[in-house]
Design a protein. Structure first.
Length: 212
């Protein structure tokens, strides 16, 4: 496990970085302008996933003219992700200071062009720039992975998150969960780690309703 160096004592959820650091973990978040949907059907989700694959696969990917797309596999690792109807979460580890900007600028620009053309719309698709929160604590790192996977109500069956890669149901060179999984004995332990918090949150919600 790459130990986290604490460059900042501010809470990750509130720390929206303007200057990125090498060899650091970040929670990336972006949503649709005015909270509107950015994924309307399965094809939209597939296009976004293919963009991550394009830039992060273990080998460079070529366009239809035989030219290499930007290749960032050695500069940034996608540790976890979840695509929701109107927003995106990603947990990444970057080794090069410009990797976050290069990856998400490429993905969001290309996806916005696809979406606007498909749905005959104009203007920005995403609400301002993506947010990137520096993670400065090991415990918070694994909690963020759990938080990301628990975004969908029926998270176990949600096909557009990285949970299946954590549970050994899927593998791909562009999704790299090992930096998180090595903190657990096996994938079953991670699955229990996620489920326990889900049950705990349900209990808290039920208690709040009873006391309301």
């Amino acid at each position: 496990m790459r130990r986290i160096v604490c460059y900042s004592c501010s809470m990750p959820g509130r720390n929206i970085n303007k200057l990125y650091l090498e060899h650091s973990y970040y929670h990336i978040y972006s949503r649709g302008v005015n909270k509107q949907a950015i994924f309307c059907d399965k094809e939209d989700y597939a296009v976004m996933l293919n963009l991550f694959k394009r830039y992060l696969s273990s080998r460079p990917v070529k366009d239809n003219k035989g030219r290499d797309y930007p290749w960032l596999h050695n500069d940034i690792q996608l540790l976890a992700f979840c695509l929701m109807p109107n927003h995106i979460h990603a947990l990444i580890y970057q080794t090069e200071v410009t990797a976050i900007t290069r990856l998400f600028k490429s993905i969001m620009t290309t996806y916005s062009m696809y979406f606007n053309k498909k749905y005959t719309r104009v203007g920005p698709l995403f609400q301002s720039r993506f947010r990137a929160a520096l993670i400065t604590d090991d415990a918070y790192l694994i909690h963020i992975s759990r938080y990301i996977h628990l975004n969908p109500q029926h998270y176990k069956d949600w096909p557009f998150s990285s949970l299946a890669y954590y549970l050994g149901k899927l593998t791909a060179s562009w999704v790299q969960p090992d930096l998180i999984l090595e903190l657990f004995r096996n994938s079953k332990d991670y699955e229990k780690f996620v489920a326990d918090y889900r049950d705990y949150k349900k209990m808290l919600d039920a208690t709040k309703q009873e006391l309301a």
